[in-house]
Design a protein around this ligand. Structure first.
Ligand code: NAD
Length: 284
């Protein structure tokens, strides 16, 4: 029988445990979120993050900036948050408007407040087998979901489709650390299905609706669908054709209800992690 990797249920479990750790604290962890412009999807994500943060006792400060905010002004906001000792964690909601250099913005966030773990110092630590201040939230959520269902990673062939800095690349490093044999595919990969068919663990993060069908999946493989695509019909689609793939997979994420809630749970766990890091600086 195919196991459903329930990210919603698992995230609730993680968030209840997190709320219990936060409840006795006098000073609560505090997350600052900068959102630039009016991207409707970004607004929905930020509202959701704020709602979940408050539910576990994390304070959140949302800083909405207009679409025409200059890069300099955004960097100044980050500097202020970096200096503000009441703030433990900083998140800049992506994507940013085209006139802003995203990599410059990410580099400006102090590594010890970098809740997404995207700063090159944190990514460099991750890539070199060190311990970053925070692990990128989506890969971290995927690993926690695999752990929750006791899915063995060591020695397995993990195939990731999508080489972004926020999902594919950091996930490749994290799976390597767990002794998987990792293949990272992308839009120029030739004969994709011959690669996917050899995957024990297949993780799809492309945003291409229903890219993966049953013929591309090895029987009993573990399939994780990260993709989110809103069709012209207003419906959300994942990268994986769930109806057909769930017939062959050994375990599969629903989408929605798989990776999305795990990403938010990881964000809030990261905030608590940075809060403790911050506390250790001020106590010493
Ligand atoms: P991206 O959008 O920056 O890049 C897409 C990647 O997919 C690229 O590496 C590209 O080479 C690859 N790709 C595109 N078409 C392909 C094809 N036909 N065959 C093979 N590879 C192909 O990546 P991203 O920011 O990691 O986002 C990927 C998807 O995951 C998006 O749909 C995004 O909305 C979703 N996402 C979901 C969550 C979540 O929490 N659920 C988090 C992050 C991203």
């Amino acid at each position: 029988m195919t196991i459903l990797l329930d990210g919603k249920k698992t995230s609730v479990k993680l968030l209840i445990a997190l709320a219990e750790k936060i409840r006795p604290l006098n000073k609560k962890p505090k997350l600052a979120v900068i959102i630039v412009g009016d991207n409707p999807a970004s607004k929905i994500y930020v509202d959701l993050k704020q709602k979940r943060a408050e539910a576990v006792g994390i304070e959140s400060l949302i800083i909405p900036l207009s679409e025409d905010t200059s890069q300099e002004a955004l960097l100044e906001h980050i500097d202020i948050l970096n200096e503000d000792s009441s703030i433990d964690a900083i998140l800049v909601q992506l994507p940013l408007p085209a006139h802003i250099d995203t990599s410059k913005v990410i580099r400006r966030i102090a590594p010890y407040k970098d809740v997404d773990g995207f700063n090159p110092i944190n990514i460099g630590l991750l890539a070199s087998g060190g311990i970053p201040s925070a692990y990128p939230c989506t890969p971290c959520g995927i690993i926690k979901l695999l752990n929750e269902y006791k899915i063995n990673i060591e020695g397995k062939h993990a195939v990731i489709i999508g080489r972004s800095n926020i999902v594919g690349k950091p996930l490749a490093y994290m799976l390597l650390e767990k002794n998987a044999t990792v293949t990272l595919c992308h839009s120029k990969t030739q004969n994709l299905s011959s690669v996917t068919k050899s995957a024990d663990i297949l993780i799809c993060a492309t945003g291409q609706p229903n890219l993966i069908n049953a013929q591309m999946v090895k029987p009993n493989a573990v399939v994780i669908d990260v993709g989110v695509f809103r069709g012209d019909d207003g419906k959300l689609y994942g990268d994986v054709d769930f109806t057909s793939v769930s017939q062959v997979a050994g375990a599969i994420t629903p989408n929605p209800g798989g990776v999305g809630p795990m990403t938010i749970a990881s964000l809030l766990e990261n905030t608590y992690r940075l809060y403790n890091l911050h506390k250790s600086f001020t106590e010493n």
